[in-house]
Design a protein around this ligand. Sequence first.
Ligand code: 13P
Length: 249
Amino acid sequence: MRRKVIAGNWKMNMLPNETMKFIEELAPLVKDTKNEVILCVPYTDLFYALMGVQGTNIKIGAQNMHFEKKGAFTGEISPDMLKCINVEYVIIGHSERRQYFNETDESVNKKLKAAFEVGLKPIVCVGETLDERESGKAFQIITSQTEKALEGLTKDQVKNTIIAYEPIWAIGTGKTATSADANEACEKIREKISEIYGKDISEEIIIQYGGSVKSSNSKELFDEPNIDGGLVGGASLEANEFGKIVNYK
Ligand code: 13P
């Protein structure tokens, strides 16, 4: 039985004082959950978040990083910089990074390898645009993104990657994929992983759904057999609402 992993992606929101207050409110709400709880916060909140979650079951992730170890990359953050302050997770290849910051399947793959090199656990995002869905290319796009992201990783690394299926048309739009559609997309990703890395790995890998997840639809989505939790944007900015999503059952 796979665990459910519920991660908040705060994107470019929340200041350090808001971060501390949020964690104080969330911690008692989720302390008894069997689900894994992760908050992916802006770089400037990481230190405060890591202090705040001490003694709780909440884990902390970053939202991006560079693939190089160090060097002349002004404004970038290296994998080691995250690891050395005890960040556990890192989101890689979010569609907003692909869309606004020119991230490609190739850079996503390099970042994934760099994350494993220092022991960070990656949450890698894949997802199709509305055009791609309407022209019947969704499954081809997401399985290709998955294959390219994971290329060259060991089976063990693949098993320890979290994949977030986030259809771009459902992000921040209030439009959620139906639970059946989201499940089918996650199933296609799982089948691709089975084809390349074997059934055992495909049955263990965590595949989340993301895109307008809220407390009113989380149970229906997360009860689907191929959806192992969610990557939550807007609804992760309010502790009570995010707590309800984590405790969806
Ligand atoms: P929303 O939940 O705001 O649609 O964002 C989803 C997302 O992009 C999470 O990474």
